[in-house]
Design a protein around this ligand. Structure first.
Ligand SMILES: NC(=O)c1ccc[n+]([C@@H]2O[C@H](COP(=O)([O-])OP(=O)(O)OC[C@H]3O[C@@H](n4cnc5c(N)ncnc54)[C@H](OP(=O)(O)O)[C@@H]3O)[C@@H](O)[C@H]2O)c1
Length: 280
């Protein structure tokens, strides 16, 4: 497994396991199967209502907790200094762990929802910095932050976010934002790396997949990691869980990377940090 080093020196794998919509028994089994098949980075969120299942899946795998990199996220309706501390403890309890590897602000406060969105994000971040300083979280980061949200955060932040987790897949990959994050030493993580299947019918992707004797899903994921971006595909099928991590026996050529880069917009979720609640 290829890995990447965060701006605080912590190493994490280039492929992780997404768990959105993997809940209850299905979630427990999916997480345990993923870990048995080599995944070591598990992504959940308070909003997914599956932290308990994820914690149980990790335990069921038999792999020691300290060998797993666990991410969870603070939901956007719970931003703010006090609320962050409270919600963090609830997540820890549901996961049944005593420290977290990565805590993310799931969505930034925006002008539509907050009189002073900059202060709300800054207060939230200060609480996360404190939790990290207390040794309760190893790395802190953000999700769905545009450049403007990051720049506002930099005004008061003592810790630069280690990660920005954003929508990134063929057909919607936020090139300028990724370049900005890289310039600030922030690692990008790709959510919906398969665009929830919405790009599988694309002929260019299909032709590249055929040439390498791989699936379109594997081509999407390989393209992401060749961009030095971490992919966190979700699946509850044991076959697809295996397929999505079997990415290290082929390379996309420079021409193929360019072909995928240039695909027209497709598969976009419609979710934007500036317009929630609501979507395009
Ligand atoms: N930070 C955020 O705001 C945010 C937003 C969205 C998602 N996320 C995170 O990112 C993770 C991944 O994103 P996502 O779940 O939205 O979408 P995704 O990983 O792009 O796609 C998941 C969908 O594709 C199917 N699938 C998976 N592997 C496949 C394969 N090899 N071939 C065919 N179909 C396949 C899955 O079905 P099966 O389960 O039936 O295989 C599921 O329906 C989430 O689970 C979550 O952890 C974060």
């Amino acid at each position: 497994m290829k890995s990447i080093i965060l701006n605080n020196g912590i190493e994490l794998p280039m492929v992780g396991f997404g768990t959105y919509k993997a809940t209850a028994k299905e979630g427990i089994e999916a997480v345990s199967t993923a870990i048995s098949n080599g995944y070591r980075l598990i992504d959940t969120a308070a909003k997914y209502v599956n932290e308990e299942a994820v914690g149980k899946g990790i335990k069921a795998s038999g792999v020691p907790r300290e060998d797993i990199f666990i991410t969870t996220k603070l939901w956007r309706e719970n931003l703010g200094y006090r609320s962050t501390k409270i919600e963090f403890e609830k997540s820890l309890k549901r996961l049944k762990i005593d420290y977290l590897d990565l805590y993310l602000i799931h969505w930034p406060a925006n002008a539509k929802n907050y009189d002073n969105w900059q202060k709300t994000n800054a207060d939230t971040w200060r609480a996360m910095e404190e939790l990290q300083a207390e040794g309760k979280i190893r790395s802190i980061g953000v999700s769905n932050f545009f450049q403007e949200h990051l720049e506002a955060l930099f005004q008061t932040a003592r810790v630069i976010p280690a990660i920005n987790q954003i929508e990134f897949h063929p057909g919607y990959w936020q090139k300028d934002l990724v370049a900005f994050c890289k310039s600030q030493n922030i690692v990008v993580q790709a959510w919906s790396p398969l665009a929830r299947g919405k790009v599988f019918g694309n002929e260019t992707l299909q032709a590249i997949a055929k040439k390498h004797n791989k699936s379109v899903a594997q081509v999407c994921l390989r393209w992401i990691i060749q961009h030095e971006v971490i992919a966190i595909p979700k699946s509850t099928s044991p076959e697809r869980i295996k397929e999505n991590i079997n990415l290290f026996d082929f390379d996309l050529t420079k021409t193929e990377m360019e072909q995928i880069n240039k695909l027209p917009e497709m598969g976009f979720s419609g979710e934007l940090p500036d317009i929630w609640p609501g979507r395009l």
